[in-house]
Design a protein around this ligand. Sequence first.
Ligand SMILES: Cc1cc2nc3c(=O)[nH]c(=O)nc-3n(C[C@H](O)[C@H](O)[C@H](O)COP(=O)(O)OP(=O)(O)OC[C@H]3O[C@@H](n4cnc5c(N)ncnc54)[C@H](O)[C@@H]3O)c2cc1C
Length: 422
Amino acid sequence: MTDFKPKYSAWELVKRAWQGDRPWARAWAQVPPKSGYQVVIIGGGAHGLATAYYLARDQGIRDIAVIEKGWLGGGNTGRNTTIIRSDYFLEASARLKEKALQMWEGLSRELNFNLMVSQRGYVDLAHSDGEMEAFVLRANAMRLRGSDAQILDLEALQRRVPQLNIDPMARFPIAGALVQERGGTVRHDAVAWAYARAASAQGVHIIEHCPVTGFEKTGDRIQTVITEKGPIDADHVVVSVAGHSSELARMAGFDLPLESIAVQAFVSEPVKPALDVVVNFNAGLAYVSQTDKGELVMGGGTEGYNSYASRGSLPRIEETAARVIEMFPFAAKLRLMRQWGGIADIAMDGNAIMGPSPVANLTLNAGWGYAGFKATPAVGWALAHSLAKGTPHPLIAPFALARFQSGALIDDGGAGPSPYLH
Ligand SMILES: Cc1cc2nc3c(=O)[nH]c(=O)nc-3n(C[C@H](O)[C@H](O)[C@H](O)COP(=O)(O)OP(=O)(O)OC[C@H]3O[C@@H](n4cnc5c(N)ncnc54)[C@H](O)[C@@H]3O)c2cc1C
């Protein structure tokens, strides 16, 4: 018997079966960090990566590092329920989200990456005449700003979403809906990958598995960002770390008016196409859409306590599932497949904090709660503009930290049924 020496290990064989002899090219370059950069962006989620991309593309600033403690998109970017829409009532929120929605509409082509932008429609359910009145007000405001909105009575709603349970004897009978047909979903992690590839092509350094652990300051400026891969000097620092903003702020020597709370989502087993629209239940938050794979994706409210544990509790799953089944009784037959959580940083008015911080060369992008994915392109674009010009772009100026001193809050929560969520 001759000794058989296989040419490839089992692992190599599997890899080659997928890739052929030519391994796939890396989508973004893997580089060791330099000793310093003009701009260091902390957080390799979609927001941080988009900011880097627009800084390089529009503002000619290419000496940038994006520092990510884990893998790109492994934070809330890859954990969200992928909903995009701009159906907000208050001016500041609506303008930013509408800008983002317009950008989503051309982004796959621009980044040459299929982001699976699906403008399948977003249906917000009202359960009382009072809620319908608030919806009419919101729809009018949206239309006056040039966005799209429709008010559906029960009959029209039944035609739009035939599977919906509109039984008047339901526990929370449905009165009608506000529909934004341009709302829908976008493949979340593709957004991180696409921005990373495009930013890397412009010379941005993307450094993964590199937690930031502290800052060295000179006076009121950050001199050096301390990371697990060594110190990195920075002319300017952007903190874009979603559920960990308070930790980074504390490292930089100030506090933020944010609470960190777990939010979870879950999916059912995959089934044939059953739901071609995103639907939000307002009598207690629950929302649902169907992925291209066939799973129903469901989300609800936050957990009721502060935590950095990225998981949620069973009672919240039960509560959300009960609401989804009330909307769509067929969902009762489905089994849940998996569940996950993310950490949402939430300010008292439920809105983001963007712009200058108490540290002279540190810009904040925080407090997005569980509503920031939809804003990604506009946030990156307007933050890049603000950094380059040294003054907040009008789209983000209202979201300044200073509003908690001046009292100029952006209270979307108070402006109608849960419009600031997810
Ligand atoms: C369950 C759930 C559902 C949601 N659904 C929706 C939705 O349908 N629509 C919507 O618009 N929004 C939704 N959101 C909110 C949305 O996901 C976030 O607002 C958005 O993804 C924030 O983007 P980001 O890039 O700032 O955050 P992230 O993707 O979290 O990026 C921040 C990154 O910072 C990194 N980081 C943290 N600390 C450090 C450190 N010390 N050093 C280096 N890196 C660090 C993290 O690892 C992370 O990758 C949801 C959120 C959750 C949790």
